[in-house]
Design a protein around this ligand. Structure first.
Ligand code: NAP
Length: 291
């Protein structure tokens, strides 16, 4: 990892802009200015980061030719257009969104800049916590060669891990992140719905599920899905599936659909660790029949 210490400009004044800016400043990348659409927010972010200037986005290129854009996803092309209109050329620009690949900065590329993505594979609920959770985090990057090199250098300074993604496959990467993070909530929420039907208060149910959720997460991370899998599908227990499906008539249709879709996917995992083809077929038919 090259250790170039170009100073950086930050476009954006929200939690990611503040947390990432503050961490870069601490790790030896001077943040020369913060650009925002509202000057007060920019001043607030500049104070948090320890940057000497707060300016409108259009003035950012006067302070930095290396810029990280951390604004709301929909605003990324607008901010990119503002920077291009302000005459930024020969620079390097990264955005921090997982939802879009480097093409969101196409207007800046057309203006002669090297563009890419620097996506923290981590959740930042507020700037203060972001400073902690982004330290040593994994960052996915994709983009033009100079943009990739700068991203690698920033990640090196932050003590993070770099994950290089083919820009053509960016949406596969992001869908994976959404499944691992957001859809984890979805499964827990469906479990809570069923716990409520079983007579438990939601809060009590969530607390009760704490140990099994934590252990399961630890197990899947240390053992992988195949070895961590337990339960009726792993054992080939078709009768249990029948009883669950009958009980799920009391749940919402979405919960039933989710149970069936997750079950079919789980059979495939169990087959990789020895579930017989006969058992797999029998359980698949049980689930498919209720679709
Ligand atoms: N938070 C996370 O967990 C997380 C994780 C990974 C990646 N990201 C990415 O980081 C980026 C920033 O997210 P965030 O969580 O920091 O959001 P946030 O706290 O809601 O901040 C959004 C920022 O965008 C600015 N903005 C919106 N429209 C703008 C415009 N037209 N021109 C200039 N600035 C504009 C807002 O400015 P005002 O204050 O003026 O409204 C605000 O500073 C997003 O691309 C997001 O996908 C976030």
């Amino acid at each position: 990892v090259s250790r170039n210490t170009y100073s950086a400009g930050i476009a954006g004044t929200g939690r990611m802009a503040k947390a990432l800016g503050a961490l870069l400043a601490r790790s030896g990348i001077p943040v020369s200015a913060v650009g925002g659409r509202c000057l007060r927010s920019a001043e607030d972010a500049a104070r948090f980061i320890g940057a000497p200037h707060a300016v409108p986005v259009s003035q950012l290129p006067e302070y930095a030719r290396h810029i990280v854009i951390a604004v709301a996803d929909d605003a990324i092309p607008l901010v990119a257009a503002e920077l291009a209109a302000a005459g930024l050329t020969g620079g390097i620009v990264l955005h921090t969104s997982g939802a879009a690949g480097p093409e969101a900065l196409g207007v800046l590329r057309a203006a002669g800049n090297s563009v890419g993505v620097l996506h923290p594979l981590q959740t930042v609920p507020d700037a203060e916590r972001g400073v902690e959770t982004l330290t040593g985090a994994t960052f996915a990057c994709a983009g033009d060669p100079d943009a990739n090199a700068w991203a690698a250098s920033l990640i090196g300074h932050l003590g993070g891990k770099a994950l290089a993604i083919d820009p053509q496959r960016w949406q596969h990467y992001h869908a994976a992140a959404v499944m691992a993070c957001n859809y984890h909530m979805t499964l827990v929420d469906a479990a809570l719905e069923l716990m409520e039907i079983a007579g438990l208060e939601r809060a009590t149910a969530l607390e009760a599920l704490g140990p099994i959720i934590r252990t399961t997460t630890e197990n899947v991370l240390s053992l992988g899905p195949e070895r961590a899998l337990t339960g009726p599908i792993r054992r080939g227990d078709n009768g249990t599936l029948h009883r669950h499906l009958a009980a799920l008539q009391d749940g919402s249709p979405r919960t039933r659909d989710l149970y069936i879709a997750a079950g079919l996917r789980t059979i495939a995992i169990a087959e990789r660790v020895g579930l017989s083809t006969d058992s797999a077929g029998e359980m698949s038919r049980t689930l498919e029949a209720r679709k």
